[in-house]
Design a protein around this ligand. Structure first.
Ligand SMILES: *[C@@H]1O[C@H](CO)[C@@H](O)[C@H](O)[C@H]1NC(C)=O
Ligand SMILES: *[C@@H]1O[C@H](CO)[C@@H](O)[C@H](O)[C@H]1NC(C)=O
Ligand SMILES: *[C@@H]1O[C@H](CO)[C@@H](O)[C@H](O)[C@H]1NC(C)=O
Ligand SMILES: *[C@@H]1O[C@H](CO)[C@@H](O)[C@H](O)[C@H]1NC(C)=O
Length: 278
């Protein structure tokens, strides 16, 4: 008992040190590249918004599983790739262009309208945090599951999924099931180690070097977790690019176009490997 008075200042200084370290850790884990459904949202996630165009692309808009979807390619290929959009939705020309590229490789490419005609629109009074309240990724992944079931009902034998920003979070959730054969995140958005530990299907993560939300050390942990669980994986960090580079690239900047196209090739390569062997 006599030692207690000495212990109290020791404890309180330890507690304040811990509190300091904890707040430092929290500060460091919330850099600009990070966003979450309730808190901060990366400026990189919203940069370079597309000029949406409902008539863009070589495909057409159809109804799949209660959602409108831009589709490109032939149903009789029996192999579908579902591309899950970022917050700007399924009318973004770049995304449809990627779908057309996927179709040219012999797949039925499907870009669903997850937002029922209500994508996020930059520079309006509605903030993305408000928008996310009615467009959460948990619901998005349930809806994706319904769309995948509808595709299988239409004669599709195998489905692969690729997710962009918002869609990356949806796709990691779908990857925790065997509803798809393989998945690609271009790039992860508020994906956690817990998410990755639950992934069951081959997963490729194409990440941006300048994406502070998913830094290299976190990607390393992702890779270790996937390998430990014997889940095939391919993780690549694209140098000198920002979160969003795969779909919201600057058309007139050849370096940006080249980096985006390389990511599309990597995505196709990964999905082809697992879909075409079924
Ligand atoms: C519009 O929004 C984008 C993305 O948030 C931002 O980069 C840009 O500065 C905004 N433009 C104007 C005129 O507010
Ligand atoms: C939308 O896409 C169509 C088809 O590619 C094109 O003809 C039209 O000019 C585009 N509209 C805008 C506003 O870019
Ligand atoms: C999912 O689908 C339901 C309708 O079936 C819709 O109300 C909801 O907004 C959708 N959510 C997302 C995030 O796509
Ligand atoms: C797009 O790239 C071109 C060429 O590098 C550059 O001049 C232009 O400012 C860029 N646009 C944006 C919005 O960054």
């Amino acid at each position: 008992m006599a030692r207690l008075p000495k212990l109290i200042p020791f404890l309180s200084s330890t507690i304040s040190k811990l509190a300091f370290l904890l707040s430092l850790a929290i500060l460091l884990s919330l850099p600009l590249g990070f966003y979450s459904e309730d808190g901060t949202f990366s400026r990189h996630c919203l940069e370079n918004p597309p000029v949406v165009n409902s008539s863009y692309g070589a495909g057409s808009v159809q109804n799949i599983g209660g959602h409108k979807a831009y589709v490109s390619g032939h149903l009789h290929s029996k192999l579908a790739i579902i591309l899950v959009s970022d917050v700007y939705g399924y009318e973004a020309p770049h995304l449809r262009k990627i779908a057309d590229k996927v179709a040219e490789s012999g797949f039925y490419a499907v870009v669903p309208d997850f937002f029922f005609g209500d994508p996020f629109v930059a520079n309006t009074s509605r903030t993305v945090q408000e928008w996310l309240k009615t467009h959460g990724t948990d619901e998005g992944s349930k809806n994706a599951t319904r769309i995948i079931a509808a595709l299988k009902g239409n004669g599709i034998l195998a489905v692969g999924a690729a997710g962009f920003c918002w869609g990356g979070n949806v796709v990691v959730k779908v990857s925790k099931t065997y509803n798809i054969k393989a998945a690609v995140l271009l790039h992860p958005s508020w994906v956690t180690l817990d998410d990755i530990e639950a992934v069951k299907v081959p997963l490729s993560i194409l990440a941006a070097e300048l994406d502070k939300g998913t830094p290299a050390n976190l990607l390393k942990q992702f890779e270790e977790a996937l390998s430990k669980n014997k889940v095939d994986n391919f993780i690549k960090i694209f140098p000198n690019v920002k979160h969003g580079w795969t779909v919201r690239y600057n058309d007139t900047d050849p370096v940006a176009v080249k980096a985006a196209e390389e990511s599309h090739q990597d995505m196709l390569h990964w999905l082809t490997k697992y879909l075409k062997k079924t």
